[in-house]
Write a protein that binds this ligand. Structure first.
Ligand SMILES: O=C[C@H](O)COP(=O)(O)O
Length: 255
């Protein structure tokens, strides 16, 4: 997201997925303490399991913590679901929506994700909408069409750079150790940027577009040097301060 002088700061977000119990609060604290060393040039956050958000925010009120999903309704008969208002009440200030593991595992549609993003915004949360193609879609030459369609249909019409970011995550790169060619990342992020600017005007220039999928300390500098890569959404390498720090260091250097 832009700072006051309009320069894009890198935005590095860890996604703990379904990992973490109270015994991991000390590691979350270590990550927060380490991240503070980079705060002059890098915005960082952790998206935690909903069960940990309240305790983590009590322990670390200055660190940005988020959820990994929310329901589109404020309350009601939705057993097992968590609303955006509940995340905010627990202390979260942002949430992911539309992660591919939910699109596939929970059959979430673009319309669902748009509704969740809108609900999160109403609850006062910043939102990261995840998009990405499968390997079959890339091999069929459909990656750009698929991802741009997801962005078009998932992003609400009132989106603005002060609350909305996109995370491009090729499904086949998540947790596999594989990453796309630089040129493919540049092409996709450039195309997403063009679409955001066409739809939202100059504000589309300031919406952060994160890359996700096997980002780690070895490849982060290279990935963040690619035009329109404004940061990262990191899974496995966000689980410890030791693995997360080199990514923040790379982001700080590229800022
Ligand atoms: O949300 C994070 C992404 O799914 C990336 O996960 P990964 O860094 O473990 O590949």
């Amino acid at each position: 997201m832009p700072n006051r002088s309009g320069i894009m700061r890198k935005f590095i977000v860890g996604n703990w997925k379904m990992n973490g119990t109270s015994s991991d609060l000390s590691e979350i604290e270590a990550i927060a303490t380490m991240s503070a060393n980079y705060k002059t040039s890098v915005d960082s956050a952790l998206c935690l399991p909903a069960t940990l958000i309240d305790r983590a925010t009590s322990l670390l009120p200055a660190f940005t913590l988020g959820g990994q999903d929310c329901h589109m309704q404020v309350s009601g008969a939705h057993t097992g679901c968590v609303s955006a208002a509940m995340l905010a009440d627990a202390g979260a200030t942002l949430t992911l929506v539309g992660h591919s593991e939910r699109r596939a595992g929970q059959n979430e549609s673009d319309a669902d994700i748009r509704g969740k993003a809108a609900a999160a915004h109403v609850a006062g949360l910043k939102v990261i909408i995840c998009v990405g193609e499968t390997l079959e879609e890339r091999d069929a030459g459909k990656a750009l069409d698929i991802v741009l369609d997801q962005v078009q249909k998932s992003v609400p019409d009132n989106a603005a750079s002060d609350w909305l970011s996109i995370a491009y995550e090729p499904v086949w790169a998540i947790g596999t150790g594989r990453i796309p060619e630089d040129s493919d990342v540049a092409e996709m992020h450039g195309a997403i940027r063009e679409q955001l600017v066409a739809r939202f005007g100059i504000d589309g220039e300031s919406m952060s577009i994160l890359y996700g999928g096997s980002m780690n300390g070895d490849n982060a500098a290279m990935l963040m040097a690619i035009p329109n890569v404004d940061g990262g959404l990191i899974g496995g390498a966000s689980l410890t301060a030791a693995k997360f720090e080199p990514i923040l260091a790379a982001a700080a250097k590229s800022a």
